[in-house]
Design a protein around this ligand. Sequence first.
Ligand code: DHB
Ligand code: FE
Length: 282
Amino acid sequence: MANIVAGIACSHVPAIGVAMDRGVTATPYWESLFRGYEPARAWLAALAPDVGIIVYNDHASAFSQENIPTFLIGVASQFTIADEGFGPRPVPSVQGHPELAWHLAESLILDEFDMTIANAMPVDHGLTIPLSITCGQPPAWPFPVIPLCVNVVQYPPPTGARCFKLGQAIRSAVEAFDRDLRVVIYGTGGMSHQLQGERAGLINREFDNAFLDGMTKNPIALTNITHTEYMREAGSEGVEMVMWHVMRGALDENVREIYRHYHVPASNTSAGLLILENEDAL
Ligand code: DHB
Ligand code: FE
């Protein structure tokens, strides 16, 4: 059977990709952020998962304000890189895993999660930056990816509790897949940041670090954080952190924290990276 062996949470700040694409990661501004990514890359390369499920949000790249799916799963065999205004990032296109993706779509929908199904869509920085952070700059991404989008750009996003339950349902679905696959799941976005308005530039280290601690040790308590609390404590875009709950819900109650990196600032954002492994990981 297939198994979720580990979870990765990480920010998806577009400027991180720009720094990599332009080869300036060793400059004083970026050096310590990227040094902190090296252990994560080594860990993931050693783990060599068969598939990644990347939970992220589309930033009005694939979907305009005309259509806003709350939860969406990409079932295509390939996903192009979105042009977010400066041309597509110079990174490999993303290979999907239609077999597992369709199995997940069926299982999740029958489990009462009303997923939108995407047969074609470009993927934006929400998905490509976490791949760049954890895989570096390979000529092709090392594993196929199932994109799973969560709306966090238009009120109302789903609650953290609902996202956690989606993660639990993803886990059940993966474990019911009749092939030996080792799956990693990413929750992306955050941490605290606000890109616009009077509080633009807001960072809350205390909130972020408590969130990182809670992700490892007491994830259920974190699912009670309301949208208003995210907005107040982590800024308007900090609400992206609800997507971390999907990842966490897909793991065991007790996990091993393999690695953590927290850095302020990356662009306007506090960048977090957390790696958790199930106790019984293969
Ligand atoms: C930034 C962060 C984001 O999460 C995003 O989607 C866009 C921009 C930033 O800090 O610049
Ligand atoms: Fe974002």
